[in-house]
Design a protein around this ligand. Structure first.
Ligand SMILES: [Zn+2]
Ligand SMILES: [Zn+2]
Length: 265
């Protein structure tokens, strides 16, 4: 009950979905992985769908929202996000079935309390209507998820400095992207301040905001084309080492393979 549990069902441009909770209940973050696959993982860990108390959406891009209506309208899970993210979901032509009864609004920096969790969202820069990170606090421990951001803004830094467990984007290796097959407009988009974080940017951000209570760091939203789990891990681990930082747990989340269920002591 006192420990935060975390599980990734998949992470990256082919689909994102995470579980955060405790031994009794929890929440989904993003809805980009099929319910069939998610339910199979939940079953492995005896987590029942009726104990999923909410789905928190970071932004309206399809890799985060593909199955939002299934979870919301078919399975009756309340779908929380800001007004602008909901507007983005409503106007996303790829999402055929719209949210109605399941739609729930939250605002930046406003705390939502659901049972023992205090949940906060905050804006991060990305090329969409709105994009938010989330912090989940249980007792005195805090898990923070920050994905899809082109630059590390002050509010994100603030949340990283308060996090015990952090899920942070490390999307691409800059050289791989620049020399890769993406068309130049897409390279510009990814590299921009409204695109994604590179391994190098994530490493720098971690060095600058590191603190002793940061017990676990998961790297998320790795590009299949311009990155690899090994490269992301090594780039970031080496930069931390250079600055005399020894992470207790640093782990790159796989794009298509679910992670283990982590239970933080
Ligand atoms: Zn994404
Ligand atoms: Zn995005």
């Amino acid at each position: 009950m006192e420990q935060i549990h975390f599980l990734s069902f998949g992470s990256g441009s082919s689909g994102n979905c995470y579980f955060v909770g405790n031994a009794e209940y929890g929440f989904f973050i993003d809805a980009g992985i099929s319910p069939r696959k998610v339910k199979a993982e939940l079953k492995k860990y005896q987590i029942q769908l009726k104990n999923i108390l909410g789905l928190f959406v970071t932004h309206s891009h399809y890799d985060h929202t593909k199955y939002v209506s299934s979870w919301g309208e078919k399975y009756g899970i309340p779908v929380f996000s800001t007004e602008k993210v909901h507007l983005g979901i409503d106007s996303n032509p790829m999402i055929a079935r719209k949210l109605s009864a399941s739609k729930k609004y939250i605002a930046h920096s406003e705390k939502s309390i659901i049972k023992d969790f205090e949940i906060e969202c905050f804006h991060v820069p990305h090329d969409t209507h709105d994009c938010v990170g989330y912090s989940f606090q249980l007792r005195n421990k805090r898990l923070t998820i920050i994905t899809d951001l082109g630059a590390v803004c002050d509010i994100a830094k603030e949340h990283i400095r308060k996090a015990n467990y952090l899920i942070l984007e490390a999307n691409y290796d800059e050289m791989m992207l620049r020399n890769g097959i993406y068309p130049s407009y897409l390279k510009r988009r990814v590299l921009s301040n409204l695109g994604h974080l590179s391994n190098e940017q994530t490493a720098k951000c971690l060095v600058e905001n590191w603190h002793n209570n940061l017990d676990a760091v998961f790297l998320c939203h790795l590009s299949g084309e311009n990155n690899s789990p090994k490269l992301a891990y090594e780039t970031i681990f080496n930069e931390l080492s250079k600055n005399n930082i020894q992470p207790k747990l640093l782990f790159p989340l796989e794009r298509k393979t679910p992670s283990d269920l982590y239970i933080f002591e």
